[in-house]
Design a protein around this ligand. Structure first.
Ligand code: SAH
Length: 395
């Protein structure tokens, strides 16, 4: 195994078990590891620090796996990590409330670059590091042993793979092509999921708990669900007795699937209006016509892909929330989210305070949202915490 020597003064994060070593922290490499090889990280004095995946194409040149020198990072090591991650989701899957969840969440489950989502009997996988790509035969074999899925489909995200110098292929890794639509249940709501064509791996199961919390306020209310995708918040609100729900999303496929999901759940279509539009435009159109709502959900895509984009993203979040606040009836609720890892909850609260000032509104934070237990945050990897939200009462 090839030794990679860490620069002096860069030991702290490794000791704290942070799984990333940036290329700038590496002093030299003894030999020529191939990308995806497992190497030994040693300090300047040559003492062992950790084993990790090597990739000289990535800013994160090493993704650390194991800090105990005596533990071999072999096939059994990977099988054990996969089994532990799957075991950690038994609680969610055993309630009968849902048959879709994230089974493996990359670094948070000690498997850097591997994401596995379960949709009933089908699995969607994202492989984002060259090291993980090499281990896929073992991972697939273990997933089959543990879960006996009908299919395993690769839905790797192109831009993340590019960072590692890898091409993107969406291919069937096991079984048949996943059917065009797979039916799943979550919070008692049914969804058709298009694994091959849908966004990300097909469904945003990270909002499971938050959909339920928001819907608990929806009885007798007029709801606006912005960035609705295939209807997570919309369907939960209709189930819980909302008098009407308006869903806005720019994606035609999302809106079409959402309408099918209304039928699938035998919900009253006359209480639902779907608008395919840019949310910012649509909110301004509501402002013009004077239409208002009792509850507004704002669940935009990631505005801040990195810390350097935070200032610009903060302004975008502020503008979106300001106009959202202006469309609420007095005492109405704003359920607002940010899935940008670079934006922490405190900063998000400041953005909301800023939006409230600009809108001349009073805002009370009455609840906080976070990512659910199948998207764990590893204590040594705070970067894995990305989803946050606030439930606000607006006067
Ligand atoms: N709330 C959804 C998930 C939202 S994901 C759920 O519970 O499942 C973000 C969504 O925003 C995607 O569906 C995407 O199509 C949509 N989107 C992105 N930019 C948009 C824009 N400017 N206007 C409207 N929709 C947008």
């Amino acid at each position: 195994m090839i030794d990679v020597i860490l620069k002096k003064g860069k030991e702290k994060a490794v000791h704290q078990r942070h799984p990333w070593v940036f290329s700038g922290a590496i002093d030299r490499v003894k030999g020529k590891p191939a990308n995806g090889d497992i190497v030994r990280l040693v300090n300047a004095g040559g003492d062992f620090m950790a084993y990790g995946f090597y990739n000289d194409q990535s800013r994160v040149a090493l993704r650390l796996l194991e800090w105990d020198e005596n533990k071999a990072v072999d096939e059994t090591w990977f099988r054990t990590r996969v089994a532990e991650a799957v075991d950690g989701r038994k609680n969610i899957l055993s309630t009968g409330e849902t048959n879709t969840c994230r089974l493996i969440f990359s670094e948070a489950d000690y498997l850097p670059g591997l994401i596995v989502d379960r949709y009933a009997d089908h699995l969607a996988v994202q492989v984002l590091t060259s090291g993980m790509e090499r281990m896929m035969p073992v991972v697939i074999d273990e997933l089959r042993k543990l879960l006996n899925p009908k299919s395993i489909f690769d839905k790797s995200d192109a831009s993340s793979r590019q960072h590692e110098g890898m091409d993107t292929e969406n291919v069937v890794l096991f079984g048949d092509n996943p059917p065009e639509s797979v039916e799943v249940t979550e919070n008692g709501v049914r969804y058709n999921i298009n694994i091959a064509e849908g966004q990300k791996s097909g469904f945003y199961c990270d909002q499971r708990d938050n959909r339920r919390i928001v819907a608990a306020h929806a009885k007798g209310k007029k709801v606006l669900d912005c960035f609705s995708y295939t209807g997570g918040f919309t369907l939960n609100a209709l189930y819980n007795g909302a008098t009407s729900v308006t869903s806005v999303d720019s994606s035609a496929l999302a809106i079409e699937t959402l309408k099918e999901n209304i039928k699938l759940n035998k919900l009253d279509a006359s209480k639902h209006r779907a608008i395919q539009s840019d949310v910012n435009k649509q909110l301004r159109a509501f402002k013009e016509t004077g239409e208002t709502f009792d509850i507004i959900v704002l669940d935009p895509p990631k505005y801040a892909p990195s810390r350097s984009a935070l200032d610009r993203a903060s302004r975008a979040y502020k503008d979106l929330n300001r106009i959202g606040m202006l469309l609420l009836n007095k005492g109405g609720l704003l359920a607002t989210f940010s899935c940008s890892g670079a934006m922490d909850l405190e900063t998000f609260k400041q953005v909301l305070a800023w939006a409230a000032l600009d809108a001349s509104k009073q805002v009370q934070f009455i609840g906080q949202f976070c990512q659910p237990e199948d998207h764990p945050v590893r204590s040594s990897f705070p970067e894995g915490e990305y989803l946050k939200g606030l439930l606000c009462r607006v006067f």
